[in-house]
Design a protein around this ligand. Structure first.
Ligand code: CDP
Length: 225
């Protein structure tokens, strides 16, 4: 199947398998995959390591200023700060516990959005996040909004973390993803929301192959290919 030069925007709740699905799509159709959440996680790691977070308090003016010096980018093997791969650190529970408050800050969202939009001109991009179809690429030709049962999501994410050597309890993961969903959906700037023209995918009982078949059906209908 050859699909036209489009942007595919995938949004949805935490740990619904957006990244895994987006990677499969990229592979299947020769698209570039971009994980916007990795950049929010990268800014969060930077804020933790730089001492800009003290308990619940974020030193917003200092963080805003420091962002000018942050060389956060996608590289050969995931996400980097300068030459340093931060892929493992950004997946930790510590970062997961702080990322949603950091992602409420308009300064942080502007910083990340500038980087994300640089990739849009090329089209043939699949990007996942919380506000891709609503804010980053509101004109994306195909928008998907993913959801799944919270316990299924927590179990999947715990398995994924264990496979990477990070020991976690399912109940902690569940609590974290529910907390993030709440903060993400209720923030003032670009809250997590389904775009009016997004198509909902509930993958609680679907495997990757079934999701791909579902998507191919949608693409065939929508783009006549
Ligand atoms: O993979 P998972 O669903 O756990 O989350 P992620 O995509 O890595 O995103 C981590 C966090 O970054 C989210 O919980 C949001 O707080 C924030 N985020 C956002 O605000 N906007 C985006 N476009 C992507 C992520």
């Amino acid at each position: 199947m050859h699909i036209p030069d489009i942007i595919i925007a995938i949004d949805g709740y935490s740990s619904t398998g957006k990244s895994s699905f987006a990677k499969i799509i990229a592979n299947e159709f020769g698209f570039l995959y971009l994980d916007s959440g990795a950049l929010y996680r990268g800014v969060t790691l930077f804020a933790i390591e730089g001492g800009y977070i003290d308990g619940e308090t974020i030193d917003i003016p200092a963080l805003d200023k420091a962002l000018d010096t942050l060389d956060l980018h996608f590289g050969e093997d995931g996400t980097y700060i300068g030459e340093r791969s931060i892929e493992k650190e950004i997946r930790s529970m510590e970062v997961a516990g702080k990322v949603s408050p950091i992602a409420t800050l308009s300064q942080v969202r502007d910083f990340v959005n500038r980087k994300l939009r640089e990739f849009g001109d090329a089209k043939r991009v699949v990007m996942d996040g919380r506000d891709i179809g609503t804010t980053v690429f509101p004109d994306a030709e195909l928008k998907i909004f993913m959801t799944a049962d919270p316990l299924v999501r927590a179990e999947r994410r715990a398995d994924e973390m264990r496979a990477k050597g990070i020991e976690v309890r399912v109940e902690d993961v569940l609590a974290n993803l529910q907390e993030r969903d709440y903060i993400d959906s209720h923030r003032d700037v670009s809250p997590l929301a389904k775009a009016d023209d997004a198509i909902v995918l509930d993958n609680s009982h679907m495997n990757m192959q079934q999701q791909l078949e579902w998507l191919k059906g949608i693409i065939a209908d929508k783009f006549d290919c």
